[in-house]
Design a protein around this ligand. Structure first.
Ligand SMILES: [Zn+2]
Length: 71
């Protein structure tokens, strides 16, 4: 019983850690004029990060180096 509760708490903590709120706030805008090598250009309007990623989906994580190590 106790072990089950501890397991739930650990699982919840892992979910929180891997769902960094700083990266969830990124709002990607695509700019097809800057596509290259079959990759779509995306720019985050929240933090200004610029990345090239698959045209099928916007990036899931924030690539802005300024945000590294901060939370
Ligand atoms: Zn961002």
């Amino acid at each position: 019983m106790i072990i089950g509760i501890i397991g739930l708490i650990v699982a919840f903590a892992l979910v929180v850690i891997f769902r960094n709120p700083a990266t969830r706030n990124c709002r990607w805008r695509e700019d097809r004029r800057r596509d290259k090598d079959g990759l779509r250009f995306y720019r985050c309007v929240n933090c200004g990060a610029e990345v090239w990623d698959s045209p099928k989906h916007s990036p899931k994580t924030c690539h802005n180096p300024d945000k590294k190590g901060t939370s």
